[in-house]
Every structure is written in C-alpha cells, then in structure tokens.
Design a protein. Sequence first.
Length: 204
Amino acid sequence: MRILALADMHSHSIRSFEGWRKMYEPDLILLLGDVMSVYIHMLRDEFADSVPYYAVLGNHDDPHMPDHWAGRVEFVGQKIQQYKENTFVGIDGCLDPIGRPSMISQPDWAVTSFLNCLPKDVENLVIVSHNSPYGIHDDPTVMSHTGFSGLTKLLTESSGTIVLHGHMHKNTTSLFGSNSVVGLYGVNIIEIENNEVTQNQSLM
C-alpha cells in the first residue's frame, strides 16, 4: 500500500499538488494532524475522490474540522477503520494535563483505555496518531511533547504493529521489537507491504 502522508504543515509551505496523482499514485492519503484546510482543499483539487482520506486532529487543529469535511475526509480519531488488508486506528491530539481549551489534547489514561479495548486478534494494525508513543521520538521535558504511554504499552504487547505519528517535527523511524514507529513531518510517501514499512520518502 502506498500512502501520501502529511503532518504539521503549519511549519511548511507548498503551493500545489498538481500532477501528484499521476506521479505518486497513492492508495490512501493520511493527515496526521496540524494540516490546515487550505492543504486539504489543494489535495482534493488534485485527487478528488480517487483515494480515501483518513485524518486525525493535531493539537493546533480546529475541532470543527470533522464537521466541515464530513463526507470528504474520514476523521478516524478514536475509531477503527479497515482499508484493504490493514486495520487503521486513529488517536487525536497530544498530552496536556492542564486541559488548555485552545489545544486538542487527551489525558494519558483515556488513550490507554481506548487502546485496551481494541480487539486482541487485530491483524496488520496501523496506528495513526498525532502524538508519538512515550519514550519514542518524544521530549518528556515538554509536557505537550510527551508521548502517550498507552501507545508504548500496546507496542510491548504486540508484534508487527506500525505507528505513524506527527507532532515531533522530525522524520525518523525506530524499531520497537518487531514493531515500527515512524515519525513524519511535512509530506511523505510511505510504502507498506506485509505490515512492514518498506519505504519512507520525504517530499519536502
């Protein structure tokens, strides 16, 4: 499966995706949070409904985006979505125990509780999260950049799981046992085969 993934576009600038449909031929478009509506409009100008769009909300996103894009973008935060051979599970926001109203966030226990309720027999699991797992790609010295411990717990109890996340503003890949954790920043093309990441190419 070839995925066109965008994350944290508030730190990037791109004028057009013209020609990208033919050039990259993605099977799926993933929005990993903090992707402004202007970029979604640009994506839809090029790709229209030729591929599905899955999205999670970033901490800086407008909470009304799911309503605005209803029927055109599937917001998968705290949901399970099956596409082709993969099971996608979305997690919105970041960790913010202060509960600032200007930030889309979740308490750590809520993420852990949600992940604990996932079926145990899920195959080809891909976690789509704005935030990273705790201890992997995160920065615990900054509360809002501290990863979710529930994601780390899931990784210790699973094998062959892929976590795709944004928020940390870096492109990097780490192995956690037989699991892969892929930090994304800007625009990337990802290839997944047999639930392994075989390609991760930054386009910016």
